[in-house]
Design a protein around this ligand. Sequence first.
Ligand code: R5P
Length: 290
Amino acid sequence: MADLDDLRDGVNFGLGQKVENQSFYLKGCDHLDWGIKDRLSRIFRKESGRTVMLAFDHGFIMGPTSGLERIDLNILPLAEHADCLMATRGIIRASVPPTYNKPICLRSDAGTTILTDLNDNVVVDVQDAVRMNASAMAVMLAIGDEKTEAKTVANLTHAVDMGQKFGVPVMGVTAVGKDMARDARYFGLASRVCAENGANIVKTYYCEGFSNVVAACPVPIVIAGGKKLPELDALDLCYKAINDGASGVDMGRNVFQSEDPIAMIQAVAGVVHEGLTPQQGFEMFQDLKK
Ligand code: R5P
């Protein structure tokens, strides 16, 4: 029964105080739905507008590669230092405790492995992404690959359709085509195609002229790290990408294959969020290294 006897009339209506419109802090995201923004704000820190995503989805194409043999031993100790975990549903369900309460970027396409031709993929059911409370779905786009380009564009489009329906952002993951130069022209084209097809985040690679890639992509870009580099070089890569306008990293091998992954992910976060130079990040890495 509602209480009607002490119903207090409102008195403080803030008359004369304008209601401010609230702009969202990520590039190109102002007009997205509330649920998508809520999920994006779990991935990208409000203070810096950036993210350190830890990518460990490699097993779905290459099996137990170095640094990913045991997710419980190799990856879970890094989770507290990451803003978001990027992996497949199988690994997350089997090895990542839901009590971590970390945003998940769910690898949402699956198909061929390194044993055959890559990128002949299908998209997982968006309802499973929602069931897992995923903060984003990551889907590969293989631009320039004659055999799989159209299929992967269709996959991305389908993921975006479903993501819009359920309020889940989609990250377009630009594959590196075998026959394409890894330059700003290629990554600029691939990143823009992701955004044009509705991706809310784009993951690509750093290259010479990267500021043009970022400028022409209307949504936040994060970079993959690629093959393992010496720690200082990997931090330099992060620094240059951030300097050129990247909104963070989605990094795997340069973290989990580091001689000290826990120190490395903290140094990467120092460069991404705190503006450390590569040298300062490297000093942090050495200080934290066991
Ligand atoms: C991309 O499709 C892969 O699945 C990885 O997530 C990505 O390459 C990031 O990892 P890494 O920094 O090792 O390149």
